[in-house]
Design a binder for this molecule. Structure first.
Ligand code: JCE
Length: 277
């Protein structure tokens, strides 16, 4: 996969040299190119921003440097091979007003051969840039969560790591992603429960007996119960939209114990008047 990043803070992308993404690059599984947007300015001050039309606070990123940068980078990718259609990148623009970045979107992006990230600063990029490239490319305006960053670079790091670990051969065999919380097809879309390793006792704390029992059936059930407890506590929204057909009798009994009731449509909701802990 090829990844281009256009930014006014190239140093912010240094973490892409490290760990999983850095290793994928070193192995040639990922070709990451970071570009300084100011290269595509022509004035003495390398201006990338201007005041917003209509007034208001802050500054807006000018369209011309983005247009020249994206045109050059897109042109650098063609042609794939003689007779082949030129590669078409996906444009990914982090913004708090984008569609939520989810594991499903990570899987979708991991299937594309070429991503171009356009992390903005200030109050964002002149809208015409997104409109213009939306006519030629798939453009994803994505939000990594409901909070406001100072710019899109941190979101690029997040998205790149989530996508890169899904590329064939990037994650070692030891860590497979089938069971990730949120992986499509994960255990009924539950959060993962707690994990333990050696030593068997640490500061007077043991580990749950069942994990030492060697009884794989009991261990699987215990893990599922812990996943339900954690999900009900931390992400009640996931219990509410959980498919009732994915639950067995034991699951339903546990949820009832935790103060959840099954509605006439089969979905779960908190039992009225029951308070936790
Ligand atoms: C960004 C800003 C909107 C005023 C470029 C924030 C994404 N999930 C996300 N949270 N925050 C972002 C994000 C991404 C890019 C930019 N800002 C700050 N955003 C209105 C200021 C500027």
């Amino acid at each position: 996969m090829r990844v281009d990043v256009v930014t006014i803070f190239p140093e912010y992308l240094e973490p892409l040299n490290v760990s999983l993404v850095g290793k994928a690059r070193a192995r040639g599984q990922l070709d990451v190119r970071v570009h300084d947007l100011r290269r595509w300015t022509h004035d003495r001050h390398h201006t990338v921003d201007d005041t917003p039309y209509g007034g208001g606070p802050g500054m807006v990123m000018k369209p011309e440097p983005w247009g020249e940068a994206l045109d050059d980078i897109i042109a650098s990718g063609a042609p794939a091979a003689p007779g082949e259609p030129p590669a078409r990148p996906v444009l990914v623009v982090p913004t708090p007003s984008g569609v939520p970045f989810t594991q499903t979107l990570a899987v979708e992006l991991s299937a594309r051969p070429w991503l171009i990230f356009a992390p903005a600063r200030y109050e964002g990029i002149d809208r015409r840039v997104i409109e213009e490239y939306g006519e030629h490319l798939d453009v994803y305006e994505v939000s990594i969560g409901d909070y406001v960053l100072a710019g899109g670079e941190a979101a690029v790091l997040v998205i790149t790591e989530a996508v890169a670990r899904l590329l064939p051969g990037v994650l070692g065999n030891a860590e497979s992603h089938r069971d990730d919380s949120f992986a499509p097809g994960a255990m009924a879309d539950l959060l993962e429960g707690p994990v333990y390793t050696k030593p068997p006792e640490w500061r007077g704390r043991g580990i749950p007996e069942v994990l030492l029992s060697g009884h794989h059936g009991k261990i699987a059930r215990w893990r599922r119960d812990e996943a339900f407890r954690r999900t009900a506590r931390n992400r009640p929204d996931l219990i509410e939209r959980c498919d009732p057909a994915a639950l067995d009798k034991h699951d339903r009994a546990l949820l009832a114990e935790l103060g959840w009731e099954q509605r006439p449509d089969g979905r779960f909701g908190r039992t009225a008047g029951v308070v936790e802990e």
